[in-house]
Ligand binder design. Structure first.
Ligand SMILES: [Zn+2]
Length: 350
């Protein structure tokens, strides 16, 4: 009578063991021998939080400052940041794109734990900082993910937030539209990654402390996001005008437009670049109506500043002939490598 019972118990034990192995996934998963706790606390994987072509239509203008209070330093030991900046700023380059509306997307699956909407889209320099005190993020969404991770999405457009408090969202879910609300003076998404509420983590390199230039960096971006996120100089603003310009005049549109007048006395290019390193070569080459290219004017960047504002004059006797004038703007880092940036801009005089 004992033997059948032992047989049943033995079979039961085998079934139990096979079942357990199936649950653990033994054998076919390379990560299976890791303890469950380690697997659960794996770093978060982030998709792009913005639906915009990088770097043609949108760019990363500022990274996390890994050395707050000290000299500015981004994860590449570069200066594409500013002191105490806690997130990654995705800038919308063209005004038309900004007006049409660039979607802001959930970077990972999670649950909406905070949001705000209803603040106006006004440049904070015009509005005044006191008006956004305590609401620097403007219209915003905060998503909680597994393992204490949080992603914050700031400066969204007024009345654009499309999710609700407590809502569960998948990766890529639309949260709102890039705006100009809160403490900002340029159209961008400030994307912030946090852990356990208050720890700021740089998604480009999640290693702790102010370590910089680690090789390889501990990136939290998905493969496709990482491929889109080039680290290159950024043309934040650029335009043509008829006289030497200051940065403020250029930013706030207080410069004469050569395309809007006749008998233009002189033609100037102005531009603002971010992400330069010392010794980067900036090259400006003019093309006259009819197609003749002038010799490029080149200069090596010699300052430890995160950005350059420059103007360049076309050397030509007034009045300037009608037609289309172009400029090839180029930034090179290593003389032998392809340029980091090469773009052509045009203006037509009538
Ligand atoms: Zn920011």
């Amino acid at each position: 009578m004992l033997r059948p019972l032992l047989l049943v118990l033995g079979l039961f034990a085998i079934v139990l063991l096979v079942g357990l192995l199936a649950i653990v996934g033994f054998g076919d998963d390379p990560d299976a021998d890791e303890p469950t706790a380690r697997r659960v606390s794996q770093p978060i994987q982030l998709a792009l939080p913005i639906d915009c072509d990088l770097p043609d239509r949108c760019v990363v203008q500022f990274h996390v400052d890994r050395r707050p209070g000290l000299a500015v330093g981004d994860w590449r030991c570069g200066q594409l940041s500013y002191d105490t900046h806690r997130g990654t700023d995705f800038r919308v380059l063209a005004k038309d794109d900004f007006v049409a509306g660039i979607p802001v997307l959930a970077a990972a699956p999670g649950k909406v734990i905070a949001l705000r909407d209803g603040m106006e889209d006004i440049d904070v320099v015009e509005l005044g900082r006191t008006k956004v005190e305590g609401r620097a993020g403007g219209n915003q969404v905060v998503i909680a993910h597994e393992d204490g991770w949080e992603t914050w999405y700031w400066h969204l457009r007024k009345d654009s937030v499309t999710v609700q408090q407590g809502q569960t969202v998948a990766t890529g879910a639309r949260l709102g539209t890039v705006g100009l609300s809160g403490d900002t003076n340029f159209p961008h998404l400030h994307f912030e990654l946090r852990r356990n509420r208050n720890l700021i983590v740089d998604p480009f390199d999640a290693s702790a402390g102010d370590d910089q230039c680690r090789s390889p960096p501990q990136s939290l971006w998905t493969k496709s996001a990482a491929a889109a996120l080039n680290y290159i100089p950024v043309v934040a603003r650029l335009g043509f005008t008829t006289r030497a310009a200051t940065r403020n005049e250029a930013i706030y549109g207080r410069l004469p437009d050569p395309a809007a007048q006749e008998n233009v006395p002189a033609l100037f290019l102005w531009f603002e670049l971010y992400g330069l390193a010392r010794n980067d070569e900036i090259s400006v080459q003019w093309q006259l109506p009819g197609g003749t290219w002038r010799e490029p004017a080149q200069s090596a960047w010699q300052q430890d500043l995160p950005y350059a504002f420059q103007t360049g004059r076309l050397n030509l006797q007034p009045p300037l002939p009608r037609g289309t004038y172009s400029v090839r703007l180029k930034v090179s880092r290593d003389g032998n490598a392809p340029p980091l940036l090469e773009k052509i801009y045009s203006v037509t005089l009538r």
